[in-house]
Design a protein. Structure first.
Ligand SMILES: Nc1nc2c(c(=O)[nH]1)N[C@H]1C(S)=C(S)[C@@H](COP(=O)(O)OP(=O)(O)OC[C@H]3O[C@@H](n4cnc5c(=O)[nH]c(N)nc54)[C@H](O)[C@@H]3O)O[C@H]1N2
Ligand SMILES: Nc1nc2c(c(=O)[nH]1)N[C@H]1C(S)=C(S)[C@@H](COP(=O)(O)OP(=O)(O)OC[C@H]3O[C@@H](n4cnc5c(=O)[nH]c(N)nc54)[C@H](O)[C@@H]3O)O[C@H]1N2
Ligand code: SF4
Ligand SMILES: [Mo]
Length: 893
């Protein structure tokens, strides 16, 4: 629906908060993006990634035409080939010889068609998705406890709670707008308490009253202890347990007695902190437990989920205002994918693959020749099957398995050997293209149309506001065309997303009668026009009912056979031992301004200014022991592979732990694909990999020299064993280093060929050199080489390419390496919207701006998207702690 001729209401394509966005096309063809004040997820707010959406729409790196074997091809030829290769494989080797690997970033309509084609027409359940790496443990935990994959609560519950416990969730960076809602609610309700349970001290801890930095993978022990404590403290809701649940006795027995000493030993937490946490939960009726990848991405992830849910069932704190377990989803449409049955062990409409009645319902509704009757291969096993030749044809859509699956080098090798790989993609920077026999160019955000479901079960429209560039086509169309060409024309003759949505809604209603949680029957006859204008609504919304705020299970009504919830006994398993050779626990995850493999967020200078280089967070004691100084390069190695990244020495991580972000691929760094290191071990219930815990070794890599450069053009080759590249205004910044003596001048010439007007200082032989070159008065590149990590102000240097032209005598200033005295160095960028750095914030704080609000008034930092507010708070805390320490010292002396 268009609010005026130029502005379109749509949704953000990044995280599962699902913010509403207003996209406006300006007369000059540019697009601007703001938060939709009427969207109930964000009420106008957007985080740093959402605010920068307009900067990611350029077409320079887009796939615009189908390709076969790397050569441009027509759609008909490409689609015929895909259909023919899939049909032949099915004919010769059976339906289980083909597979789809899709993504929580396609729309519900795309997902619905993919699932229907595989499960109902090809007749295999070999369709899995990157949600296996993301939400599978929550799905399995929900189904064990509730009998269905239901998220009981809504976002408002976080605001109405008196206690919010965040487990393995860095909400401040990963669900920033929901975090801002929580932050605002806490400011309005001083009685509200926030507890963060995470081995790392993350930005989310800025609003925490208590941070429990537990040892990796010991959550089950902590929550079993909590269940026992609640029982011993007489904080149970016996009425709820009796009326609506079963299995309480078994669960409490599995949990054992509440021995704080033992829990302290296992989790590494102090007895005081454990007792404080348990008492807070016991006395606070309105408790919400939010959890995310620190829970799901574990070989005991499903048990973690159930250990958390058990505490809510035992207290009856579920499905009522301000209460409940709350699994927040990562991707914009992780929920939609689950609703259409996009996982290898699910059926459409939240139905169960193993249930013959459900299979009959779905097959009858689709009028399909077959219906898959056994689970398909889950992601990690699927790629093993690709590797050993069982899969003859594979279609990858909107995900990057050779970067994001564990044992990523093994996945890459498997893809290389696969007889036929189809890749639907938007970006040339995606690594999957290297393995593709057929590349299908997909419609990107702004070009596609359909629906997504956010973490609180709210279905919103994504709307098209840009023309399809080149020969780009939406994913649902690609899938339908292949379905038709495989001989199923009747079932795949959709005219558009509205028709698919109608069918999806009708299936949810079909023979439902309240037996299944997912029901949006109210929309089964929606017209194309009403679909165009569809406003966000939460499910369920059965036929002939109006939309309303919904919660599940406050009064029971579970979807198990006996309609009672099940307490799942969760015995604690000791986390994987770290062998002597691999003594560190590798933890992986996200940073604030990047999205996954960076194919979109890695394009903009604004978003790379926050953190421009892959890193490993290490504890100072570990660094000292290993002889690692800040800014050294370190190698992180497991039996599967290794990465080479910058050391970030910080006590935000525990001793024996190392954290590396998941984002960097070979497109922007020499060797930083952390999933090459991650072990392919999975949770036995959910098949989700334990991406947060791999035993590794960490070692300093001695470098003979280091370099830093700003370059107008992306270099064709970077002849250095270490490099990391990032866009800046007007060009690129490059960090690089080498292990053997190098001719700096030759290297400089390779990075910026055809340089003519060059200014040089330093001494190549003496181990340092700085050079810059101009075209006219316009700087083309500046490079700094040294034997030590290069000591040059990065913020200042990155500004050189967009600075005014410099002539004559002023040119030498470029080689000075830092800002002139009258323009102080802003320091590392904290606020990406206004490009405000840590030095500026520190100066303002020391001049009396003592709160986040005061910093905002002085510098504007934090006043646009607000994503950096928790970091500003952390800086202020550090400064006031330093000042207190200084006072102590002054008083003591
Ligand atoms: N900026 C940004 N936001 C994103 C994304 C992105 O790429 N970038 N991706 C989106 C997606 S798909 C997802 S799934 C979400 C993920 O959102 P989150 O789950 O919040 O993010 P992560 O950084 O993966 O992991 C969360 C935390 O789990 C902690 N953790 C590790 N091991 C353990 C453990 O044993 N126990 C506990 N309690 N905690 C542990 C880590 O230290 C980390 O801080 O983010 C979404 N939002
Ligand atoms: N070590 C480690 N590994 C992890 C994680 C972790 O925390 N640690 N997290 C895991 C999780 S939770 C997730 S969700 C995954 C994410 O990992 P991936 O799904 O592999 O990462 P993305 O970069 O989001 O990949 C999406 C791809 O789809 C393309 N694309 C975007 N829009 C469209 C579209 O409309 N159509 C098509 N066809 N293509 C499109 C993008 O260009 C991009 O290449 O990573 C997982 N891997
Ligand atoms: S919180 Fe940020 S990334 Fe997530 S949906 Fe909202 S604007 Fe997009
Ligand atoms: Mo995710």
């Amino acid at each position: 629906m268009t609010t005026d001729s130029k502005t379109t209401r749509t949704t953000c394509p990044y995280c599962g908060v699902g913010c509403g966005v207003l996209a406006t096309r300006q007369d000059d063809g540019t697009v601007s993006v703001t938060g939709d004040p009427d969207h109930p997820a964000n009420f106008g707010r957007l985080c740093s990634k959402g605010s920068a959406l307009a900067e990611t729409l350029s077409l320079d790196d887009r796939l615009l035409y189908p390709e076969i074997a790397g050569e441009r091809a027509g759609w008909d030829t490409a689609l015929d080939l895909v259909a023919e290769r899939f049909s032949t494989a099915v004919r010769d080797h059976g339906p289980d010889s083909v597979a789809f690997y899709v993504s929580g970033q396609i729309l519900t309509e795309d997902y619905y068609v993919a699932n229907k084609l595989m499960k109902g027409f090809i007749g295999s359940a070999n369709i899995d998705t990157n949600s296996r790496l993301c939400m599978a443990s929550s799905v399995a935990g929900h189904r064990r406890a509730f009998g269905s994959d239901t998220v009981p609560g809504t976002y408002v519950d976080l605001e109405q709670a008196d206690l919010v416990v965040l487990v393995g969730s860095n909400l401040a960076w990963c669900h920033p707008v929901l975090f801002q809602r929580l932050e605002a609610a806490k400011a309005a309700n001083p009685a509200m308490r926030v507890v963060v349970i995470d081995p790392r001290r993350t930005a989310t801890c800025a609003i925490a009253d208590l941070h429990l930095a537990l040892k990796p993978d010991t959550d089950v022990f902590l929550f079993n202890g909590l269940l026992a404590f609640l029982s011993e403290a007489d904080a149970l809701n016996h009425n709820y347990i009796k009326r609506f649940t079963e299995g309480f006795e078994e669960a409490i027995q599995a949990a054992g007695p509440c021995e704080i000493g033992l829990i302290s030993e296992k989790t590494g937490l102090s007895r005081q902190d454990i007792a404080l946490f348990y008492k807070m939960v016991a006395r606070t009726e309105k408790t919400v437990t939010v959890y995310s990848q620190g829970v799901n991405q574990s070989v005991v992830g499903t048990d973690k989920v159930n250990a958390i849910i058990n505490t809510h069932l035992a207290t009856g704190r579920i499905g009522r205002a301000g209460m409940g377990p709350f699994s927040v989803t990562g991707q914009p449409n992780a929920m939609g994918g689950r609703e259409v049955g996009g996982l290898a062990n699910m059926l459409a409409g939240h139905m169960v693959l193993e249930n013959p009645n459900h299979r009959q319902i779905v097959q009858g509704f689709w009028n399909s020749p077959v219906i898959a009757d056994k689970q398909g291969l889950k992601a990690v096993d699927l790629f093993k099957a690709v590797g050993d030749g069982r899969i003859k044809a594979l279609w990858i859509m909107a995900t990057s398995p050779a970067d994001s699956l564990p044992d990523a080098d093994g996945v890459a090798a498997a893809l290389k050997d696969c007889p036929f790989v189809v890749v639907s993609e938007v970006s040339r920077a995606a690594s999957s293209l290297a393995f593709a026999d057929v590349v299908l160019p997909a419609a990107a955000w702004g070009e596609k149309d359909g629906t997504v479901t956010n973490s609180e079960r709210r279905i919103s429209r994504q709307r098209q506001f840009l023309d399809l560039p080149g020969e780009v086509k939406p994913d649902w169309w690609q899938l339908s065309e292949v379905g038709r060409r495989m001989g199923f024309a009747d079932a795949f003759s959709y005219r558009g997303p509205a028709a698919i949505f109608r069918e999806h809604a009708a299936l949810s209603d079909y023979q439902n009668g309240g037996t299944r949680d997912f029901d949006i029957g109210a929309h089964k006859d929606i017209s194309d026009t009403v679909f165009d204008g569809l406003t966000p609504f939460q499910w369920p919304q059965p036929a002939e009912t109006a939309p309303k705020e919904t919660r599940f299970f406050g009064q029971g009504g579970f979807f198990t056979g006996g309609r009672k919830a099940v307490f799942v006994p969760t015995a604690f398993k000791v986390p994987r031992k770290r062998a002597r050779r691999y003594p560190f626990a590798l933890n992986t995850g996200r940073i604030r301004d990047q999205w996954h493999t960076m194919t979109r967020t890695g394009k903009t200078a604004r978003l790379t200014s926050h953190i421009a280089e892959p890193f490993a967070e290490l504890h100072p004691q570990d660094a000292a022991r290993l002889g690692i100084a800040p800014a050294d390069l370190v190698e992180v190695t497991s039996p599967h592979g290794s990465v080479l990244v910058r050391a970030l020495v910080t006590d935000r991580v525990g001793e024996g732990e190392v954290f590396v972000p998941m984002h960097w691929t070979d497109h922007l760094a020499s060797s930083a694909r952390i999933d090459a290191v991650v072990a392919p071990e999975t949770d036995p219930q959910s098949g989700q990999p334990g991406s947060k815990f791999t035993p590794v070794q960490v070692a300093k890599r001695e470098m003979a020299w280091f370099g830093f450069a700003v370059l107008r053009q992306r270099p064709v080759t970077i002849p250095a064993p270490y490099w990391a590249l990032a866009p800046v205004e007007g060009g690129y910044r490059l960090e690089f280093a080498g292990e053997t003596e190098t001719d700096f001048k030759a290297l400089a010439a390779a990075l910026a060929p055809n340089s003519q007007d060059v200014l040089r200082i330093g001494d190549d032989a003496g181990g340092w050199l700085r050079l810059a070159n101009w075209s006219g008065d316009v700087l083309q590149s500046a490079m700094f080489f040294s034997r030590e990590p290069v000591d040059v102000s990065r913020q200042w240097a990155c500004g050189l390419l967009s600075a005014e032209p410099v002539s004559g005598a002023d040119r030498a200033g470029v080689l000075a390496g830092r800002a002139p005295a009258d323009r102080p160095d802003p320091g590392a960028i904290v606020c990406s919207c206004f490009q405000i750095g840590s030095n500026q914030i520190e100066t303002a704080a020391r001049c009396g701006a003592a709160s986040v609000r005061a910093i905002g008034e002085t510098l504007k930092a934090g006043t646009n998207c607000g994503s950096c507010r928790s970091e500003i708070q952390t800086l202020l805390n550090e400064i006031s702690k330093e000042e207190l320490d200084d006072t102590d010292i002054a008083q003591a002396s």
